[in-house]
Each structure stands twice: as structure tokens, then as C-alpha cells.
Design a protein around this ligand. Structure first.
Ligand SMILES: Nc1ncnc2c1ncn2[C@@H]1O[C@H](COP(=O)(O)OP(=O)(O)OP(=O)(O)O)[C@@H](O)[C@H]1O
Length: 260
């Protein structure tokens, strides 16, 4: 479970990106975070794997107090949390399988890191992950020969190879066309349903969020203004989430209180 209690996030430049966040996300949920640009969606997601530190409150992930982790504990913790980015973050001039094998590097003995020799077990895990996202036949192709959607699937396979409990995705379809976006979202759905993995993604395409997620979290001016089932996110709710520019909204929220 992911549990935010009274969480604030203030960046060093004094921007308050999150304010009094209270959320509980149960294992196995499929959740989409939506909201205007600058609302705080990325910040919310990136606090979960400690890419950003929270400033106030507590954030507990599967019993671990994320804010208290140090050094090696952070690296071990991150193994349980997969992260997918808009830009895929792949090494494009090498093969697909090497990109997936990279996920095992932190756990390799020094000599294997230097020689780049991976065990049979690691290769098998990498190939299994590629099979899970339907691109096993591309294993020995160079990444720069793949389409954007295929590259996102390689990124997904690299994350799955770590066998995480939670899958976070920061704008995973932002640079993909509608058809490819659908394929990638179908992958997320299958992973969520078949592997019972929690999926939490931040997304600009509202209609895609409503189609795939069970639960919608609407963020506005750094606050959660809607948290409920996708099928109850009516036009009125969406209007409220997407109302106004972020600075005006922050001021307004202080005056009127949040939607939920
Ligand atoms: N590293 C940073 N340092 C300072 N301010 C930041 C940083 N990252 C984000 N912010 C600010 O925090 C606020 C929330 O940003 P965030 O990226 O979380 O929003 P978002 O909803 O994900 O936006 P987008 O949809 O455009 O990616 C914004 O005002 C942004 O300018």
C-alpha cells in the first residue's frame, strides 16, 4: 500500500508543488493522476520512489517510511518500484536485450559489471520480460531500429525484469501516437491484471485515463481535488480539476477549500 499523510513538497526555489496530500492506494489498483500542467502530478509520483524528498508529513510504501531511507536502503527500496518515463531512458545504440539486462547491473559482482557478462538466469529473466510485453522477437535488434511504442515496451520490460511490486509511470504515452499509445496502455492493463501489480501513472490524455484506470486522482494547484472511481469523474468533476491557471487556482483553493 502507498499511503500519503499530510504530505507537502516544497522545492528549494520555494515552489509548493504538493500541499496536504492524503491518499491511500491499495495493492493491485490501477490509478491515473490527472490535472493541468504544473498541477503537481509528476512531483506526486516521483516522491513515491524518492526521486524527490517530501518536505512535510509521511509517506509509507509497503510498510517502509520512504523519507527515512538512506543510501543503500534507497537503492534496495527502488528495486521494488518500477518507473517508466516519457522519454523511455534507453541506450539506443545497443540491443534491446542489453537494455533490459541493465536492470540487473546494481546486483552484479564487480567483475561481471566490468566484463558485461550476464548469467543465464539474468538472460532468461530479461527474455521473459520481453515476452511479457510482446517484443521477444526484437531481443537482438538495436533499440534505434524500433518504433517509439516498441521502445516504450523495452522500457517496460526493463522495469518488469526487476519484478517490482509497484509500477509508476510519468507521462508514458506523451510522445506516442494514438494507436501506439493504446498498445502501451493495454500492456499496463495486462500487467496490472495478470501480475496484480499496482499501476500509478500520470497522464495528460483524460479520455485514456478514464478508459484504463479504475481510480482517478485529480490534482489542482498541488492539492488533490478529486479522488474517486473513473466512472464517476463526470464533466463537472473534470471541469473542476482543469479549471484556471495553476497560480490562480492555488489562491482560489485557499479561499474555497477542495472538492473532496
Ligand atoms: N525540480 C524542480 N524545482 C523547482 N520547481 C519544480 C521542480 N519540478 C517541478 N517544479 C514546480 O512544481 C510545480 C509542479 O510541477 P510538476 O512537474 O509536478 O507538475 P505536473 O502536473 O507534472 O506538470 P506537467 O504536466 O507539465 O509535467 C510546478 O510549479 C513546477 O514548476
Amino acid at each position: 500500500m502507498i499511503e500519503f499523510t499530510n504530505v507537502d513538497k516544497v522545492y528549494p526555489n520555494k515552489v509548493k508543488a504538493l500541499e496536504n496530500i492524503n491518499l491511500k492506494i491499495e495493492n493491485g489498483e490501477f490509478v491515473a493522476v490527472i490535472g493541468l500542467s504544473g498541477a503537481g502530478k509528476s512531483t506526486l509520483i516521483r516522491c513515491i520512489n524518492r526521486m524527490h524528498d517530501i518536505t512535510k508529513g509521511s509517506l509509507i510504501v509497503d510498510g517502509t517510511n520512504v523519507g527515512r531511507l538512506k543510501g543503500k536502503e534507497i537503492r534496495n527500496f527502488r528495486k521494488k518500484i518500477g518507473m517508466i518515463f516519457q522519454s523511455f531512458n534507453l541506450i539506443t545504440r545497443t540491443t534491446v536485450i542489453k537494455n533490459v539486462l541493465v536492470s540487473f547491473v546494481p546486483e552484479l559482482p564487480f567483475w561481471r559489471k566490468i566484463t558485461g557478462i550476464f548469467s543465464k538466469d539474468h538472460k532468461l529473466k530479461a527474455l521473459t520480460a520481453l515476452d511479457q510485453v510482446g517484443i521477444l522477437e526484437k531481443a537482438y535488434n538495436r533499440v534505434d531500429q524500433l518504433s517509439g511504442g516498441q521502445q516504450q515496451r523495452v522500457a517496460l520490460a526493463r522495469t518488469l525484469a526487476q519484478n517490482p511490486d509497484i509500477l509508476l509511470a510519468d507521462e508514458p504515452i506523451a510522445s506516442l501516437d494514438p494507436v501506439t499509445s493504446k498498445q502501451v496502455m493495454d500492456d499496463f492493463r495486462r500487467i496490472n491484471q495478470e501480475m496484480d501489480m499496482t499501476v500509478l501513472l500520470n497522464i495528460h490524455h483524460v479520455e485514456v485515463a478514464l478508459e484504463y484506470a479504475d481510480r482517478i486522482i485529480g490534482v489542482r494547484g498541488g492539492q488533490v481535488v478529486y479522488d474517486g472511481p473513473a466512472n464517476e469523474a463526470t464533466d463537472e468533476v473534470l471541469d473542476y480539476i482543469y479549471k484556471g491557471n495553476v497560480d490562480e487556482v492555488k489562491q482560489e483553493l485557499h479561499e474555497e477549500g477542495a472538492y473532496v
